[in-house]
Design a protein around this ligand. Structure first.
Ligand SMILES: Nc1nc2[nH]cnc2c(=O)[nH]1
Ligand SMILES: [Zn+2]
Length: 453
């Protein structure tokens, strides 16, 4: 039995719990009892069904209060999307017919430039938060747009729906392709400070700011340096993109000839810390991966996007060999799906293709991918003290999965082989102990009144 002192009323579940630990990619706890301190939303104890008597005494609950999972149900940790562009949800699944830099100019910047319109932002951001929560994303690391007020609205919506979020106002002072979607270095710096200050003043318990230079091609060295200083002063997370596409890598070399590598561009501006997560990294050298390891910076693997924009292929084994923290990201709308289950499948598929091309390559297992999507994501965001698995003392961020949901997407023949499933199978979602899916009517009413202010 593992337990911490109880602070409040317990909500106790009994059944199967599946999670990862640093030592075990997949651990299945059958007939387990898990208690949640409902005041603080943290896991108070994890024990075996055979320890019921001791647990009821120690934590003061009665067996009648236990919520029993069904025979085809289990709990798993919430999914962590380490890289998603909230405004791009508005055109997800379209416009995937060109490579990254053309795609940005043709679809992305024009779409994002409209988010000065707060009505549009409210509609799209409400949908992306609802959809990702329903799909089991309990923590999302969001890019918004350059617009501060719309970015603050995304924070508010994330808070109201109860999702855990890192949210970044995007910074870009070097984008001459679309004049109406750009800002000066001074504006970018001042608005980033305003965004951080206003968001921290709101004191949302689960939503935090993340310093967000779009990528090296969108930012001058001066802005990168200012953003590095802002992140350091406020001890904040940092997110950006790196080494996604060969053309991008080549242009970064030309724009920053003084830097030793793409990674060095960020490093010399103090943007590589143990609270940094960089998306993609398909073309990083071993030396660059060493620098990631030394600084504690993490990578977000976004396979759907890498395939859809034909950007590249990340060698996940090599990243793990360099002991670089790694999570998974949907990268909507470079990735066409906002579902982390899709990202998990693509991660597996890409790894199997690498194994097909090179018989010496050890493809990832399903269990390893499960760990990347949960504990790995929490490590990549340096939040693994708080979330990522069912360790006592962590917040209860969890998905209740029913592999035999009525009219569900899979047919089950053997009780013990629930190895495939879909978003439909996620019947309840908890964040910090609060049930956030199904959406409750009162919560919807609260959303309406909050958001109309
Ligand atoms: N996939 C992706 N890569 C980027 N690099 C710079 N901006 C973006 C973006 O919005 N999506
Ligand atoms: Zn991205």
């Amino acid at each position: 039995m593992c337990a911490s002192r109880a602070g409040g009323l317990e909500r106790v579940f009994r059944g199967t719990f599946i999670h990862s630990t640093p030592d075990a990619a997949l651990q299945i706890l059958e007939d387990a009892l898990l208690g949640v301190d409902s005041v603080v939303g943290k896991i108070a104890f994890v024990g075996k069904g055979t320890e019921l008597d001791a647990l009821t005494q120690d934590f003061g609950f009665s067996p009648a209060e236990i919520l029993h999972l069904g025979p085809h149900e289990f709990f798993m940790p919430g999914l962590v999307d380490t890289h998603i562009h909230a405004p791009q949800y508005s055109y997800a699944g379209t416009g995937l017919d060109m490579p990254l830099l053309e795609w940005l100019k043709t679809y992305t910047f024009p779409a994002e430039s409209c988010f000065h319109d707060l009505d549009l932002a409210r509609r799209v951001y409400t949908q992306v938060v609802r959809r990702t929560l329903k799909n089991g994303t309990t923590t999302a690391c969001y890019f918004a747009t350059i617009h501060t007020d719309a970015s603050l609205l995304l924070c508010q919506i994330t808070d109201v729906f109860g999702q855990r979020g890192l949210v970044g106002k995007v910074c870009m002072d070097r984008n001459d392709s679309l004049p109406r979607y750009s800002e000066t270095s001074q504006e970018s710096q001042a608005e980033t400070c305003r965004f951080i200050e206003e968001l921290l003043n709101k004191q949302y318990p689960l939503v935090k700011p993340v310093v967000t230079p779009r990528f090296a091609l969108s930012c001058t060295g001066a802005l990168l340096g200012q953003l590095g200083a802002i992140a350091k002063k406020n001890n904040l997370h940092i997110q950006s993109h790196i080494s996604e596409n060969p053309e991008e890598v080549k242009l970064v070399k030309e724009l920053f000839p003084e830097a030793e590598s793409y990674t060095d561009v960020y490093h010399r501006h103090n943007l590589l810390t143990d609270k940094t997560v960089m998306a993609h990294g398909c073309y990083l050298t071993d030396q660059e991966l060493d620098l990631f390891h030394e600084t504690g910076a993490a990578l977000s693997h976004c396979p759907n996007s890498n395939i859809s924009l034909r950007s590249g292929v990340l060698n996940v084994r090599n990243v793990l060999r360099h002991k670089v923290k790694l999570g998974l990201g949907t990268d909507v709308a470079g990735g066409y799906s906002s579902s982390m289950l899709d990202t998990m499948r693509r991660t597996l598929d890409v790894s199997k293709i690498l194994g097909t091309l090179d018989p010496d390559y050890h493809s990832l297992t399903m269990e390893e991918v499960f760990r990347l999507a949960t504990l790995g994501g929490s490590q990549a965001l340096s939040m693994d003290q708080q979330i990522g698995n069912f360790e006592v003392g962590k917040d209860f961020d969890a998905l209740r999965v029913n592999v035999k949901v009525p009219d569900g997407p899979v047919d089950l023949f053997q009780r013990d082989q629930p190895k495939v499933g879909d978003d439909w199978n996620i019947v309840e979602v908890f964040v910090a102990g609060r049930k956030v899916v199904p959406f409750s009517d009162p919560s919807n009413l609260a959303v309406q009144s909050h958001l109309s202010q």
